[in-house]
Design a protein around this ligand. Structure first.
Ligand SMILES: Nc1ncnc2c1ncn2[C@@H]1O[C@H](COP(=O)(O)OP(=O)(O)OP(=O)(O)O)[C@@H](O)[C@H]1O
Length: 470
């Protein structure tokens, strides 16, 4: 006689539950409208496109593929043709279909930019208030360009944000394939390991602090350096040059005009998009004397959601987790490595007081006109004198390229001079690790690294302000 297997009953019950919830959760999105949804922190919403075409911030969804959106997330699915979606596994915190999509104006803008993609593509800078949809717009423009077989450089200058890297970095990435809509950092990088799509190779300059105002001089120095690296890439890669550059920024105001001018010069910007602020447009029109730059204003989407501090921190923690462990569908296996503290040089960005920004900007403008050597590197970063558990525990470290540094000299001394700091800031990060444990007595450090290594590719680690708690 056959025995009763309770797991069969459970699987039938589960199946029925899924099917009934699948059939209960159907969303029909009419043409040119979008379904906006929010997933709670602990939930995971599963989604499938069952009819028509649809996209998330410009990235097309594949039909009949199950996507998982881990909370907390606030997104929309837009459809040109109209579509039918299934969602299940949890109820969104909120959801509705909106007629007020901004995608029509993004498309018009994309078609305008497309005309410039002949020899040297457009260099677009996106400016706007906090949570005005700057990142959503940049993602959409980059994805539309990629769909037309271009490889635009997507640049992120917001250290609180993260694109193919973890927070605390200014990055530039050539978009050579679809963005990963399930990954908060838009996708995997070569440093993290396997990926569904062509792996992206971000150029990352580690700023290490949360807000650009924490050290404006360092921020501006890294913008110049990233601009140089991007220009080199464009000169060596005609496809990327033809595709152009799209620059995402933190919420600047007209008070930060000097920083914006720095970005315009560093990335040779010729299109400046102002999202959602008439006032900012008027202010810019008065100040901007550069005839090579076209100013355009775009409406802020009514779907934009305010990200408070807590929510931003949750997203940052998630981006760090995904950097090491991957997403549900593509789990990564990070490695632990134990090293001697004394074998490494630790450097950290200097945090300046929140001083008057216009004074600082003017100060650096003077530096700009003076020969490069007059940059005071002591104001940008410093050596960590007695690294130990109090400074390093749970911290995120950037693996710096120290090939231009006499590391032996610095390992044998406590010096920190320009010959140490400058080459570090001028080069790019090789990847990131996380301090799992620091044993002061034994002088040992246990680090979590994304890929298997016998030893780290550097002896110089930049200590960021970011912490991760497993
Ligand atoms: N049309 C939309 N429907 C639903 N959510 C949206 C829409 N547009 C943007 N959002 C969400 O609103 C929030 C703010 O958008 P976004 O991050 O693009 O703004 P931002 O200006 O780049 O923000 P920050 O000032 O922090 O850099 C994000 O959570 C984003 O996913």
């Amino acid at each position: 006689m056959a025995t009763f297997d309770p797991s069969i009953l459970q699987s039938i019950l589960n199946k029925t539950k899924t099917e009934s919830s699948e059939s209960a959760n159907i969303v029909e999105v009419p043409p040119f409208q979008e379904w906006r949804f929010e997933v709670a922190a602990k939930d995971k919403l599963k989604l499938k496109l069952v009819d028509g075409t649809a996209e998330i911030f410009g990235t097309e969804l594949s039909p009949n593929i199950e996507y998982a959106f881990q909370g907390s997330i606030k997104l929309c699915v837009f459809s040109y043709s109209g579509c039918k979606l299934h969602f299940w596994n949890c109820q969104p915190l909120s959801e509705y279909v909106s007629e007020e999509s901004c995608v029509g104006q993004y498309l018009t803008l994309h078609l305008g930019l497309e005309k410039q993609r002949v020899v040297e593509g457009p260099r677009v800078l996106v400016i706007g208030g906090k949570d005005s949809g700057k990142t959503a717009l940049c993602r959409t423009l980059a994805s539309y360009a990629e769909k037309q077989d271009h490889q635009p450089m997507l640049v992120n200058l917001n250290p609180r944000d993260f694109q193919f890297v973890i927070p605390g970095n200014l990055s530039a990435t050539a978009i050579s394939d679809l963005l990963n809509v399930e990954n908060v950092a838009l996708g995997e990088s070569v440093a993290t390991g396997p990926s569904f799509y062509h792996q992206k190779q971000p150029l990352a300059k580690t700023f290490g602090l949360e807000k650009f105002s924490d050290n404006v001089k360092l921020y501006r120095y890294l913008i110049q350096q990233l601009g140089k690296s991007v220009r080199r890439r464009l000169d060596n890669d005609l496809k990327v040059k033809k595709s152009g550059v799209i620059v995402d920024t933190p919420a600047f105001t007209i008070k930060e005009y000097d920083i914006i001018e720095e970005i315009v010069a560093s990335f040779n910007i010729n299109v400046l998009l102002i999202v959602g602020s008439e006032r900012l447009l008027v202010d810019f029109k008065k100040k901007m004397q550069n005839p090579a730059v076209t100013l355009l204003k775009l409406n802020k989407s009514s779907g934009c959601v305010d990200k408070d501090d807590k929510y931003e921190r949750e997203l940052q923690q998630r981006s760090i987790k995904e950097y090491f462990y991957g997403i549900d569908r593509l789990q990564l296996s990070p490695y632990s490595i134990t090293v001697n503290l004394k074998d490494f040089i630790f450097v950290r960005p200097k945090e300046t007081e929140h001083v008057n920004l216009s004074f600082l900007s003017g100060d650096l403008a003077d530096d700009d006109e003076a020969p490069r050597e007059t940059v005071n590197f002591k104001q940008l970063a410093e050596r960590v004198k007695n690294p130990g558990s109090d400074t390093l525990s749970n911290s995120i470290l950037s693996l710096m390229d120290d090939s231009q540094i006499d590391t032996l000299k610095y390992l044998n001394s406590n010096d920190d001079d320009e010959n140490l700091i400058k080459p570090l800031l001028d080069s790019s990060s090789l990847g990131f690790c996380y301090v799992q444990n620091c044993n002061d007595e034994k002088g040992k450090l246990t680090l979590l690294v994304p890929s298997p290594v016998q030893q780290l590719p550097t002896r110089t680690l930049l200590l960021t302000q970011f912490r991760y708690h497993e």
